[in-house]
Design a binder for this molecule. Sequence first.
Ligand SMILES: NC(=O)c1ccc[n+]([C@@H]2O[C@H](COP(=O)([O-])OP(=O)(O)OC[C@H]3O[C@@H](n4cnc5c(N)ncnc54)[C@H](OP(=O)(O)O)[C@@H]3O)[C@@H](O)[C@H]2O)c1
Length: 255
Amino acid sequence: MSGADRRGATAVVVGGSTGIGRGVADAWASSGIETHVFSRSRPTGPGGEHLVWHQLDLRDAEAAKEALRRGIPSRVDLVCYSAVYFTARREPFTRTTESDWLDQFAVNVHGLSWTLRAALPALRAATPGMFLHISSEVVYNAGPHRSGYAATKAAASSLIGSVSQEIDPAEVTFVQALPAGMVDSPGIRARRSADFDYSGYMAPAAFAPLAVELARTRGVPYAGRALVVHEDTSWASVDDALPVSQSRSLANSHQ
Ligand SMILES: NC(=O)c1ccc[n+]([C@@H]2O[C@H](COP(=O)([O-])OP(=O)(O)OC[C@H]3O[C@@H](n4cnc5c(N)ncnc54)[C@H](OP(=O)(O)O)[C@@H]3O)[C@@H](O)[C@H]2O)c1
C-alpha cells in the first residue's frame, strides 16, 4: 500500500487518548488515515483535533460493547488495542483488592475480546485488515508485585495468539508490539512521585515509525509476530531477544 493509497483508509485505536495508543493514533492520523479513538476522555493537545473520538468506559460491559458496535465503522483497515488499567501502585497479590483485580480483567482482557468481536468483520472487509495489540514484557517475565497486570497481559497476548491462528492472514493480520523499557505515559505518571526523573523512559512517539510501517504493509511481513520497540524507534522480534524485565523489589514497588 503506497502513501497515496493510505488516504481513504480507516483506523480504530481503543485506548488512543494518551500514551502508546495516542502515539499510534497520531502517527496514523498524520499519514492521512481517518482515525477513530475510543476512550473515557477526549484526546487533547496537539493533533487531538484530527482524531474522531468515541466515549467508552470498558468497566461498564454492556455500554462498552454497545459503544464499540455502534462506533466502529463497517470497514476498517487498522485496529490498535492499547487500553490498560494499571493499579495505583505495585503490591503483592495478597494485597490486591477485588476491585483492582476485576478492573484489570475488564480493561486489559475483556475489552480486547469485545473489540475483536466488534472489529473483525470490519477488518475482514478491508482484506487484509491489521490488528495491533500493545503487549508488555511482563508476558515473558512474570514478576513480583504486579500479578494482576502480568496475568491479564499474558491472557490478552494468548487471546491474540489463538485468534490469529483461527483467521486467514489474507483476511486479517495480527501483530503485537511492546516497548523495550518503560514508557512515559499518564497511566505510569499516576503512580510516580511528582519529582520522578523520566529521563530513562521512552516516549509514546517511539511507536510512530512501526505504526506507519504496519499501515503501509498491513502487517503482512510481521503477521503473528511480537515486536519489541526500542527507544531509537527500531524494532525486533521477541524471537530474536526476549525483552528485559521491568519488575522490581517491593521496596521500590511504587515506581
Ligand atoms: N507505559 C509503559 O511503560 C508500558 C510498558 C509496557 C507495556 N505497556 C502497554 O502499553 C499500553 C498502553 O499503556 P500506556 O502506559 O501508554 O497507558 P496510558 O497512557 O495510561 O493509556 C491507556 C489508555 O487506555 C485508556 N483507558 C484506561 N482505562 C479505560 C477504560 N476504563 N475504558 C476505556 N479506556 C480506558 C486511556 O484513556 P482514558 O483514560 O481517556 O480512558 C488511555 O487511552 C498497555 O497495553 C500497556 O500494557 C506500557
